[in-house]
Write a protein that binds this ligand. Structure first.
Ligand code: EPZ
Length: 481
């Protein structure tokens, strides 16, 4: 099995077939922009944005990056093929597809956009050198541990990648895997795992409700012999969607009160047919872009329930929204935006991934906003570029004490204090990480004058067709693909 068996995004015929009038108009504008891009000699990793123009129009979001990639790994556990629908065309999905292909999973694209069929009938051990080629490209490979141990009795996981937003250890994952009976050897280029006595159900309490470690336990426990009790589990909507997928495959999983999940191991699982939950991080990003640019954006494919916490904050800041059956319209109703204090938290709290895009809108609010970042230890690096563009943001690396706070203080947290409103002006800025990068795009769209944003490739890890979406929303920019 090799990567040739993976039909690439570029070859997929259905993408071209399902193009609406709006999309083809956007494609025309894209061509103009490309020609202009050629004239100024941009690379495909750069964009020039003429800001100060409200984003207006409708765009669609597809399945969540943080579910689709894990659902693809879950397909390894089935005896029969799985079908995943609503899969976004982003590079993190392609990285996982490449790794699955290396392990013998046959992947084909269906007739409808975003439909992937994953056939794990011939799962096999991959060459370490081939796996190594994926080192540093994503964090998802760590989730291959349990499924590969079940299927092959061994696994090699390369060094992980993902956004550089502080130290991102995997100790919870490794402790949980050892509890199931895995033997782990650390190698210079990754980790090697075996399970000489098979994998057995375990009692596990996570030190923190980690999304990845919860997924690790789920993907390992479903085929482990006996029962697993997981305490202090993450309960993000993407985790619940993964549990739904595993249940479709034949797993027995119950979600109990107080972050407890029980899993009864079963001897085998079948494939699933599932439509991935929408990407709430992408939805919040476009909503923040609408607010910051004083625009009006209908984000199709979005549902209210998973967005409730974000919607409350959006309203408190002064944004307005309307919930429809097929999406949510977000707009700036005029008047001054208001400052807020936010603590990022695990679900159902305010997601860490939402803070970066929102910070740009907060630079336009009247007064002082504070963001306590409690999930990651270094997620304010992106604010340097905003300060360069005229924002007043002070980052407190040790965090700030606040008597009124709700979320328990974490050892390594930081805080950012944003004082507004400050007009933003164009600048040359470089994308540092996925969400920070999108916030740079929003800042460039909000700023008066021209900005050049470089290192755009990172944004493609999690935002599908964002250049086309900018066209659809009437942004003024030059880009050469
Ligand atoms: C997932 O990361 C998401 N990534 C992140 O999205 C998201 O920000 C995060 O969950 C929180 O919602 C994917 O789903 C691919 P964690 P994950 O384990 O699973 C510490 C984006 O922009 N920790 O919940 O890696 C860790 O350092 C990304 O889409 C340990 O200490 O997050 C962090 O402080 C970025 N040891 C906290 O827990 C461990 O073994 C939460 O991490 C694991 C985690």
């Amino acid at each position: 099995m090799n990567e040739a068996q993976l039909e690439t995004e570029a070859e997929a015929p259905e993408e071209a077939a399902a193009v609406s009038t709006e999309e083809s108009e956007a494609a025309g504008r894209k061509l103009d922009a490309q020609k202009a891009g050629a004239r100024v000699g941009l690379t495909s990793d750069e964009i020039i944005i003429n800001g100060g123009r409200p984003l207006k129009g409708r765009i669609e979001v597809r399945g969540a990056k943080n579910l689709a990639t894990k659902a693809m790994v879950a397909a390894l556990l089935g005896k029969t093929p799985s079908v995943l629908r609503n899969v976004p065309n982003i590079s993190d999905v392609r990285v996982v597809a490449g790794l699955l292909a290396l392990h013998g999973v046959l992947i084909t694209r269906g007739e409808q956009g975003g439909e992937w069929r994953l056939d794990p009938s011939n799962v096999e051990v991959a060459h370490q050198a081939d796996i190594d080629a994926h080192a540093g490209s994503s964090r998802i490979p760590i989730l291959f541990c349990g499924p590969l141990l079940h299927r092959l009795g061994e696994a090699f996981i390369p060094d992980l990648g993902g956004c550089r937003i502080g130290d991102r250890p995997i100790d919870f994952h490794l402790d949980a895997l050892r509890n199931f009976g895995a033997v782990i050897e650390k190698l210079p280029s990754g980790i090697s795992l075996t399970a000489p006595d098979g994998l057995k159900g375990a009692n596990i309490e996570l030190p923190y409700p980690s999304v990845g470690a919860t997924e690790q336990v789920l993907l390992t426990a479903v085929l482990a012999e006996g029962q697993t009790e997981l305490r202090n589990a993450a309960i993000e909507p993407e985790i619940v969607d993964l549990i739904c997928i595993l249940q479709k495959m034949g797993a027995i999983i119950s979600m109990e009160p107080n972050r407890v999940i029980f899993i009864e191991g079963v001897p085998e699982l079948r494939g699933y047919d599932h439509r991935a939950i929408f990407d709430r991080n992408e939805a919040a990003s476009w909503a923040a872009a609408a607010l910051a640019t004083k625009g009006d954006v209908f984000v199709g494919g979005v549902e209210q329930e998973e967005m409730m916490t974000f919607l409350n904050v959006f309203r408190k800041v002064g944004g307005d929204f309307d919930v429809h059956d097929d999406g949510i319209r977000f707009w700036h109703p005029g008047g001054a935006l208001k400052p807020v204090t936010i603590e990022t938290d695990v679900h159902p709290g305010f997601m860490t991934d939402w803070q970066q895009p929102l910070v740009v809108a907060l630079t336009q609010a009247e007064g002082q906003s504070t963001i306590h970042e409690t999930v990651y230890e270094n997620r304010f690096g992106f604010t340097d570029a905003l300060v360069k563009m005229g924002a007043d943001i002070v980052v407190y690396k040790e965090g700030l004490h606040d008597a009124t706070r709700r979320v328990k203080r974490r050892e390594f947290e930081q805080a950012a204090v944003i004082t507004g409103p400050t007009p933003l002006h164009g600048a040359d800025i470089e994308v540092p990480d996925l969400r920070g990068g999108f916030s740079h795009l929003i800042a460039a769209l909000t700023a008066e004058g021209q900005s050049k944003v470089t290192n755009l490739g990172i944004i493609s890890r999690g935002y599908e067709n964002f250049i086309e979406k900018l066209h659809l929303l009437g942004a003024d920019f030059v880009y050469e693909s």
